[in-house]
Design a protein around this ligand. Structure first.
Ligand SMILES: Nc1ncnc2c1ncn2[C@@H]1O[C@H](COP(=O)(O)OP(=O)(O)OP(=O)(O)O)[C@@H](O)[C@H]1O
Ligand SMILES: [Mg+2]
Length: 475
């Protein structure tokens, strides 16, 4: 971060120095919320969470070298006392960002693929100049300002993931670090429970492009109508990406290999280059195009973009991690999170990767879908029940809607209904109370050469099943 004396931090946050804090002592970063991550030069931000209160760890942070604590009440350490720590953290990030005119802020939002796209884009912008991007998701009112505060005078690109659980959230995050480029991926059904409708989700995601200046660029998905409609909500120039022929940055001649990895020709207004992704799943093409379009706007040559995209490996954990066991069983660990759209994308990837091999899936209920929860989970069950699985394991106490959907699909296939594409009913549909039982059930069913997809909501913790299957450490 840019060095700031405590007196300036107090001014920015409308706070008061306490605990014998030296107004001239300089915070050089990192700004941390975990006292164990504090080091000399740190500012420790005391946040009261559900389980722990950061204020209790103030002394520990200062012992580890933190210059001071940003706190809501006096602590046994030098501190800047403020009314609201999160508001103060946001104010600090806003002020720090405002002092970095040479840093281009790029925001990425959408229902699915933010982290994957952010990771790809950060790799591309690293070819433009020093880049700061968050690890993993880190996209909320805490992670976002902490990431912004990592930038300093040398930073040329700040690549941020903006997530919303309600209208106004993205506008708030965009005020902290005003983006010059805004990328909107898709409007799906993730977090439908918080929003109520897809239109409201589009309303919220579009706040990113509303925040762009007239000399900024909105990078929009030409293939998603709700995203395309956002072109009318921005002062910025629009660059389109997608499969559509009208898209400025597009993929042509997409093929998917036997491992489910896509290759395509990347076309831009100034030339084309071949891309062969190492990332699994055809949905990675959308994310790659979005990252490519933003990088193109930053002036990166098409050949460099294509080369970097082709060399990129998954950066954030548990997203389409594919592992081959010694016995030839392939495990697809996509357990980071799930919503109806990413579930569909994962089943398509399973289909491509499995080919003629037997396929299995371990799934858990999708969360945060509100009143639509049962219907959407039943839909997931139906999809899984029709995906030609040799075995479907549904995990958890709230598995009933998925189980019901899967069983209906299997029964309908047995009775010859419904008309349409050839049904591929699951051979077995079983329930597991928890992840340990799921792993045990699967081991009993698997044979060499099989393919297993593991995917559920974050809360389900299905990575434990994936780790049990591949013999990992469960971390
Ligand atoms: N373009 C896409 N369309 C559909 N699904 C996708 C897409 N990109 C990634 N996914 C899937 O969505 C899941 C989450 O991916 P990722 O972490 O990149 O998304 P995110 O938007 O950051 O999610 P979160 O809101 O949880 O932070 C993964 O299972 C991934 O395989
Ligand atoms: Mg994310």
């Amino acid at each position: 971060m840019i060095p700031l004396p405590l007196a300036r931090i107090a001014e920015i946050t409308s706070g008061a120095l306490a605990g014998m804090a030296d107004p001239r002592a300089v915070v050089r970063g990192p700004v941390v919320i975990d006292s164990r991550a504090a080091e000399p030069g740190s500012l420790f931000v005391a946040i009261k969470g559900d389980r722990a209160d950061g204020h209790d760890f103030a002394a520990q942070a200062v012992a580890a070298g933190a210059v001071a604590v940003l706190a809501e009440r006096p602590v046994e350490a030098p501190a800047v006392i403020v009314d609201d720590v999160l508001a103060a953290l946001a104010a600090l990030a806003t002020a720090a960002c405002a002092e970095l005119p040479d840093c281009t802020v790029i925001g990425v939002t959408g229902s699915s693929g933010k982290t994957s796209t952010k990771d790809l884009l950060a790799r591309l912008t690293a070819r433009v100049g020093p880049t700061i991007a968050p690890a993993g998701s880190f996209n909320n009112e805490i992670g976002h300002p902490l990431t912004v505060l990592r930038a300093d005078e040398t930073t040329r690109c700040l690549v941020l993931e903006l997530s919303a659980k309600n209208v106004g959230h993205i506008a708030y995050l965009a005020r902290i670090a005003p983006p010059k480029i805004g990328v909107v991926l898709n409007v799906g059904t993730a977090h439908l429970g918080f929003f109520g409708s897809r239109e409201t989700i589009a309303q919220a995601k579009g706040e990113l492009v509303e925040a762009l200046p007239a000399d900024g660029v909105a990078v929009l998905n030409a293939d998603d109508p709700l995203v395309a409609a956002m072109a009318g909500r921005t002062r910025a120039r629009v660059t389109w990406y997608g499969r559509a022929e009208s898209a400025d940055v597009r993929a042509e001649d997409v093929t998917v290999d036997e491992r489910g990895r896509a290759s395509f020709t990347l076309r831009t207004p100034s030339g084309s280059a071949p891309v062969g992704l190492r990332l699994y799943g055809e949905h990675a093409v959308e994310n790659a195009l979005a990252a490519a379009a933003a990088a193109y706007e930053l002036g990166l040559p098409v050949a460099v973009i294509a080369q970097e995209l082709s060399e990129a490996e998954p950066r954030s954990r548990w997203r389409m991690e594919v592992t081959d066991r010694a016995d030839g069983v392939t495990v697809i660990n996509d357990a980071y999170n799930a919503n109806p759209d990413s579930m569909r994308a994962a089943f398509r990837a399973l289909d491509a990767l499995a080919g003629p091999r037997r396929r299995f899936a371990v799934v858990a209920s999708l969360a945060e879908l509100g009143e639509h929860s049962d219907a959407l989970n039943e839909g997931v069950g139906r999809m899984a029940g029709e995906a030609g699985l040799a075995g479907l394991v549904v995990v958890g106490q709230d598995a009933e809607p998925i189980l019901a959907g899967a069983r209906t699909a299997v029964e309908e296939a047995a009775s010859g209904a419904p008309p349409g594409p050839r049904p591929r009913p699951a051979t077995r549909v079983v329930h597991a109370a928890d992840t340990a039982e799921a792993a045990a059930l699967l081991e009993g069913m698997l044979a060499p050469g099989d393919v297993v997809l593991v995917k559920g909501s974050r809360a389900a913790g299905l990575e434990r099943v994936a780790h049990a299957l591949v013999g990992g450490d469960g971390q």
